[in-house]
Design a protein around this ligand. Sequence first.
Ligand code: ADP
Ligand code: MG
Length: 291
Amino acid sequence: ATPTAVVAGIGNAAKYGIIVRSGEALERLSRIRRAAFDKTGTLTCGKPQVAAAVSCRDNFADSDVLHLAAAAEQRSEHPLGRAILAGADGSVAAAEDFRVVPGQGVSATVENKRVLVGKADFMKSQGVDISAADAPAREWMRRGATVVYLASDGQLAGFIALADALRPDAPRAVQKLKAAGVAPMLLTGDNEAAARRIAAKAGIEDVKADLLPEGKMNAIYACSRGGEPVCMIGDGVNDAPAMTAADAGIAMGGVGSDIAIESADAVLVLDDIKRIPYLFSLTQKVMRKIR
Ligand code: ADP
Ligand code: MG
């Protein structure tokens, strides 16, 4: 039978907008000593906005870059895809054969051309040379932007720089997390420069960038092997493998994808990042009462 203190703990968490899946989940959460945050949608608000669209082709306007990318992303559920669609307000061309490569980008057929939108590694893996965008893209990344590239029929067309704000409560939450004896880290599929910039603002020193979904999972396994019970906090499909691999998973319930929510031991109903340190303190207190 579940001890009364655990049941009461789950009830208290619920009052603060945190759904804890089970008594076992609560116990696992109480042992966590390291918390890995995803970036987009978890540490940041998950509402990136287009800061610039830049053409790398002579016969192509900057606005064409945005509209073609938006056409390819129109069925995307990723915050970056939705931001590109919102940035290209107005009508976009029809797209067929839409495909998602989690943590990398999307592809679709638009006006009989195969269009790719995604990160540098995605373009390279598809044989697209992005060197023409190198210098200007690096400048945007240095300023903390996420850069996604656009290619059509195997040729680079341009890139889009997107900016996403840190959740205002993130620095305070990270500080309290450290006080609760849980060391924060950042695991992201985004580029190193953007990741380091956001992490520094949040007070996180430990950063692993350019990770694919299985890279996030391997980083989690590495912590576990080191004997450190670790928790993954995420919102996306790309975080689900890491959340399952972790000793515990926490999902952002508002912006989060269904898969992330299903993989989680605890769900933050209102996406309030301040509730994370509260959750660890609460579960630690409950388990101290029982032992
Ligand atoms: P994060 O770890 O920050 O939540 P993801 O793992 O979801 O990021 O994505 C990693 C990178 O893959 C993004 O920074 C972007 O470059 C690229 N990417 C993922 N999905 C898309 C998409 N729908 N459109 C364009 N780029 C994408
Ligand atoms: Mg995310």
